[in-house]
Design a protein around this ligand. Sequence first.
Ligand code: ATP
Length: 246
Amino acid sequence: MAEAPTDTPWMIEADGLCKYYGDFAAAEAISLNVPVGQVCAFLGPNGAGKSTTMKMLTGYLSPNAGTAKIAGHDVHRDRINAAQRLGYLPENGPLYSEMTPHAFLNYVGQARMLSGDRLQARLEWVREQCSLGDVWGKAIGKLSRGYRQRVGMAQALLHDPDVLILDEPTSGLDPNQVHGVRELITTLGETKTVLLSTHILQEVHAVCSRVVMINEGRLVFDGPTDELGQQSDAMEQKFRELTVAA
Ligand SMILES: Nc1ncnc2c1ncn2[C@@H]1O[C@H](COP(=O)(O)OP(=O)(O)OP(=O)(O)O)[C@@H](O)[C@H]1O
């Protein structure tokens, strides 16, 4: 049953999220709150638990313990309202290889209850913003990794959600495309709340005001980007200190 939305300043809330695979803790006691309009980086080495946490935040994975909310809506108990406010770019998006970006995004739009002029306007907006014009009519299965990533980004943005959870949005993109996606995220961050995972520390400086870092399933840092150092070198050093196993 749907819950009444709470009057919360937090657009993304995690409270004590845990995920176990057998005895192995992929995520343990993850709590974090992201306020309206913040662009927050989610960092950690390979296997740290970033994707696992993001899947729990978006309701795609059930936690063993803890709760997640989007714009005050519990992602399991109030799934439809949470999903309406959320755009999610998964690590390996479920893209339908035989469909064109146009057909796929049209289908996604209808599934999200968009129709008529509003759907057409949103399709045109994502085609433009995600630079998909050249491949709009080609089969997704024949697109390069970078273009597939942009189709994934387009489906996350299509319904104009307030909250974006982006798992490695610039992975697989060439430097020009990386620049374009960073600019897009910066613009989106003026009005939306964004949590993005990345391995590229320059990206964090470029677009994020806050960093949350995870290692071996546990939070090890949560603070302003500047606290990790003004330069990428300093940030890299801090990253190693916080994430190399003791
Ligand atoms: N379905 C699963 N069954 C068993 N172990 C899993 C499963 N999914 C993830 N894991 C393990 O949980 C840990 C965290 O994985 P996760 O994908 O969340 O890490 P990550 O920080 O996103 O890594 P990367 O930066 O490499 O994408 C890893 O050790 C992974 O092998």
